[in-house]
Write a protein that binds this ligand. Structure first.
Ligand code: ZN
Length: 324
């Protein structure tokens, strides 16, 4: 079968990859739609070795469900999306409900596990979420990105007139702006790329160039979706005393946050990296978020290596691969 692999920092289309079989508790999925984004390009930079890819829509073609796991067996033949994060399921954290923070977790196509850029791939059945028929592949493929935002939003209290600023203009920022606007907040997106920010107009969300906005310490909630030390510092200039800053991405080593502001203004700084996939499927099926506007390009599966290079370009929205 065909697979897109990373070997020693270079990306290749492997036409003779071995077809996988499902281990205990796993499913084999045949993808129909794949998405390529900056994390895939970063996995190449980090010299991940194996099949790339972590965002997919596909059909379950084989399942190895241990006895007593009827819910897994019922996934056979179903159209699904799934979470890329695979906890071990056995450690202390996994057993105490903190599977997201499992120290032994692998991540599809990013850490310790082959990804989904292949004609078939394996994934734990527990990571899969079945899709309603009415939800098209092109929308369902956004489930993990929408899920990232919904997971973060669950940590926040939005009461009365809440002022929210979203820093960034990539897919996560554009979805965070939409999701928070639907929670009755007054939302503005502060980005650097006019062509991306312009999308906010059709959702009725205000947008401004980041450098034009004063740091007035008057926002209740600030999402930093850019993940640089500079934007984290901008976020702390925007947030009001006792407000909340949500960091959606980590920034590189050596950078630091203005701790003095955090202490003086009693700011809550929340890290967020979880993903509410099932909730995202419901949100997408109900048509509550526009994701189709975030598709930048559509390419054939065979163009995957080129797509991964393009995904690393600044400001790139979602690149979809047709895997069917
Ligand atoms: Zn674990």
């Amino acid at each position: 079968m065909k697979a897109i692999r990373c070997e020693r920092g270079s990306v290749v289309l492997d036409e003779r990859a071995p077809a996988p079989t499902a281990g205990a508790g796993e499913a084999v999925v045949e993808p129909t739609r794949l998405a390529v984004n900056a994390e895939d390009a970063m996995a190449v930079g980090a010299e991940f070795s194996g099949v790339l890819g972590h965002e997919f829509v596909g059909r379950v073609v084989e399942i190895n469900a241990p006895a007593g796991h009827a819910s897994h067996a019922r996934l056979m033949g179903k159209r699904v999306v799934g979470s890329a994060h695979t906890p071990c399921g056995e450690c202390e954290r996994c057993r105490s409900g903190l599977a997201l923070h499992c120290a032994h977790a692998t991540v599809l196509g990013i850490r310790g596990r082959d990804g989904c850029f292949a004609q078939r791939f394996t994934i734990p059945a527990a990571s899969l979420v079945p899709l309603p028929d009415k939800l098209a592949d092109d929308q369902a493929i956004f489930a993990t990105t929408v899920g990232r935002v919904l997971h973060a939003a669950r940590m926040l209290r939005v009461e009365g007139k809440t002022f929210v600023s979203v820093l960034g203009d990539g897919p996560v920022a554009l979805l965070a702006a939409q999701v928070m606007a639907r929670r009755n907040a007054s939302v503005r997106l502060l980005g650097t790329r006019e062509e991306n920010m312009e999308l906010c107009t059709k959702w009725g969300v205000k947008h401004r160039a980041q450098h034009e906005v004063g740091r007035r310490h008057d926002q209740d909630i600030v999402f930093d979706c850019s993940g640089t030390a500079e934007t984290a510092s901008v976020a702390l200039g925007l947030v009001r005393p006792r407000g909340v800053v949500v960091l959606m991405r980590a920034f590189g080593p050596g950078a630091s946050l203005p701790v003095e502001t955090i202490v003086r203004d009693e700011v809550q700084v929340l890290g967020s990296r979880g993903c509410a996939v099932a909730e995202a499927v419901s949100e997408l099926a109900a048509g509550r978020v526009d994701v189709l506007s975030l598709v930048a390009r559509r390419l054939r599966f065979e163009d995957g290596p080129q797509a991964i290079r393009a995904a690393g370009e600044p400001g790139m929205l979602k690149i979809l691969l047709d895997a069917a």
